[in-house]
Design a protein around this ligand. Structure first.
Ligand code: SF4
Ligand code: SF4
Length: 264
């Protein structure tokens, strides 16, 4: 008993103090775009061929190829940065990746003429939020969400609490592709919540149906069923991604700082 107590006291604090650090070397990041010209004009389409998620489109353009990557479909396999000969696509190791609009997950190196206006900040959950997780079939994302609540990431230090019933929840955090069999249970879960309420889609499957998109299961992601306020990319999303999405829903200052430079 004494030995255990000594070990506990000498272990120190496991919680990571630095918020949203770059991913460690052993984790795979999402793809990012640089301003280096794409070689699509010379016939390259290696990234499109490598992508198992059909998340990339390329086409010739006047100043080099035009590339777009849908991070809402991307499973972070690292295939496209690995095969890109020009360095147009690189691995993005940043962790502040959640967004409030689906279209913000489309990266592009095309000239951006007009950036989307900022959404008004109106979250009623600025001090705390209670979440009910609904898994529609993505155990990996479920594990990462559970990890966001462990002593290392320590979601509860921000007033983030997971609850057992939608009746006690401010937000649903949904994982998995939301196949047809889950449409009605998910709707009922949402209807059991009191207003105000919001929905967070966590992971590529929940955002777009992921690799199940277009299958007989009619998996189209959460926003085909429920209004979705926050999108957390990744497959599965790293706990920092998850925390970013939840803090974005709370409009926490740590989450709404300018995201790292990316082409959009
Ligand atoms: S990292 Fe994403 S976008 Fe790139 S090939 Fe893999 S799934 Fe496709
Ligand atoms: S982004 Fe890279 S891999 Fe894709 S078409 Fe352009 S040069 Fe080729």
């Amino acid at each position: 008993m004494l030995q255990t107590l000594i070990q506990l006291l000498s272990a120190g604090n496991a919680t990571q103090r630095a918020m949203f650090p770059a991913l460690p070397a052993y984790s795979r990041g999402l793809p990012g775009l640089t301003d280096t010209a794409c070689a699509a004009n010379q016939g390259c389409s290696a990234c499109v061929q490598a992508c198992p998620a059909e998340a990339i489109q390329v086409s010739p353009g006047p100043a080099g190829g035009q590339v777009s990557i849908d991070l809402g479909r991307c499973i972070a396999c690292n295939g496209c940065p690995a095969v890109c000969p020009a360095g147009t696509i690189v691995e993005d190791r940043s962790t502040r990746v959640a967004v409030r609009r689906r279209e913000e997950l489309i990266l592009t190196n095309k000239a951006v003429t007009q950036r989307p206006a900022q959404l008004p900040h109106t979250s009623p959950f600025r001090r705390s939020i209670h979440l009910r997780e609904v898994s529609t079939g993505d155990s990996a994302s479920d594990l990462e969400i559970a990890a966001s609540n462990n002593p290392v990431f320590d979601a509860s230090r921000f007033g983030i609490h997971f609850v057992a019933s939608p009746r006690f929840a401010d937000a649903l955090i949904v994982t998995g592709p939301v196949a047809r069999a889950m449409h009605e249970p998910l709707r009922r879960c949402y209807e059991a919540m009191a207003d105000p309420r919001l929905v967070i889609a966590a992971g590529a499957s929940a955002i777009s149906g992921g690799l199940h998109r277009g299958s007989y299961a009619e998996a189209k992601g959460v926003n085909a069923i429920l209004p979705t306020a926050i999108y957390v990319p990744g497959h599965p999303p790293h706990p920092w991604y998850v925390l970013h999405g939840i803090l974005l829903a709370m409009e926490h200052p740590l989450a709404i700082e300018a995201a790292p430079a990316r082409l959009r």
